[in-house]
Design a protein around this ligand. Structure first.
Ligand code: GLV
Length: 324
């Protein structure tokens, strides 16, 4: 056994932060996507007390069983659908994540996708580059001002998105499992029932976390309720949508378009039907992918791990009931 805690690192960490980790722990590098049981000896695994990972590492019961002394798993992401939370709770593994620091960046991509869809900005760029402009003007697009912005899921990111939509003079409505007190107090959006949200929104944004309940929860039934002029935006997790039903809705004109930063399969293969639909704008899961935001996320993820293993309450815990 080593004297210092051993931790797995499965994400590239900037030098200064890696030095902070190395000052306290023995670091064991496990390449992203590989399983400790496949690449580490049982002796090394027996010493591992913490890990720093991305959502590409599945923290399931098998993984936790293969790391019998694991106490903390620090996710370099706010979403933690890669974690079997009941199993983590059973095994008393504290799960940390990176909320708040990415709210603005994700909100920016959400609103950017809305502008791309309503004003057809991506096609407009191709139109100019190809010289098509010399043969005539670009087709007219649509205003967003005065339209209704709907949010499925209202939380930390949703509140920033709602403020942005308000700045575009949009009416903002939302549906959540329960009323969001902060949204209500700030007058950011009006609460509506779920079906009203889908029926009334001109722009419908999905911002719920991926859970067993939300998987494929937006599908054919919801698309049938939406306006044929409405746009759907997903900056949460791909599998919240029923992608096959979405493709059908986009092909048949049940909805006007979709802006997707996340998909069921990532990276999205070029032969996905989504890639050939003209009414879709795609991004490569880049909601939080700015230098500044990723740095802030990494600082938080590293310090969550250091704190938790040093007996200091970490800033962001998914299952804080395990602390102490
Ligand atoms: C990004 O998708 C995250 O969950 O942080």
């Amino acid at each position: 056994m080593t004297t210092r805690p051993r931790v797995i690192v499965s994400v590239p960490v900037p030098e200064d932060l890696r030095a902070e980790l190395a000052g306290r722990f023995d670091i064991v590098d496990v390449p992203v996507g590989e399983r400790p049981a496949e690449v580490l000896s049982a002796q090394v695994r027996a010493d591992i007390q913490g890990q720093l990972i991305t959502p590409r590492t599945r923290v399931d019961d098998d993984l936790m069983q293969s790391l019998p002394r694991l106490r903390v798993s620090s996710n370099f992401a706010v979403g933690y659908d890669n974690v079997d939370l009941p199993a983590a709770n059973r095994r008393k593994v504290l799960i940390c994540n990176t909320p708040n620091v990415l709210n603005n960046a994700v909100a920016d991509v959400t609103l950017g996708l809305m502008l791309c869809l309503a004003r057809n900005l991506v096609a407009g760029d191709a139109f100019v580059r190809s010289g098509a402009w010399t043969r005539g003007p670009f087709p007219l697009t649509h205003d967003i001002r005065g339209k209704t912005f709907g949010l499925l899921g209202m939380g930390r990111i949703g509140r920033v998105v709602a403020r942005g939509a308000q700045a575009f003079d949009m009416k903002v409505i939302y549906h959540n499992r329960r009323l969001d007190e902060e949204t209500e107090a700030l007058g950011l959006a009006s609460y509506v029932d779920r079906d009203t949200l889908f029926r009334d929104a001109d722009v419908l944004c999905v911002l719920v976390p991926l859970t067993a309940e939300t998987r494929h929860s937006v599908g054919a039934r919801e698309f049938a309720m939406m306006k044929p002029t409405a746009y759907l935006i997903n900056t949460a997790r791909g599998a919240v949508l029923d992608e096959a039903a979405l493709i059908e809705a986009l092909r048949s004109g049940k909805i006007a378009g979709a802006g997707l930063d996340v998909m069921e399969t990532e990276p999205l293969p070029a032969d996905s039907p989504l890639c050939s639909l003209p009414n879709v704008v795609l991004q490569a899961h880049v909601g939080s992918a700015t230098h500044e935001t990723r740095r802030a996320m990494m600082e938080l993820a590293v310090h969550n791990l250091i704190d938790a293993l040093s007996g200091i309450r970490p800033t962001a815990m998914v299952n804080p009931e395990l602390w102490g």
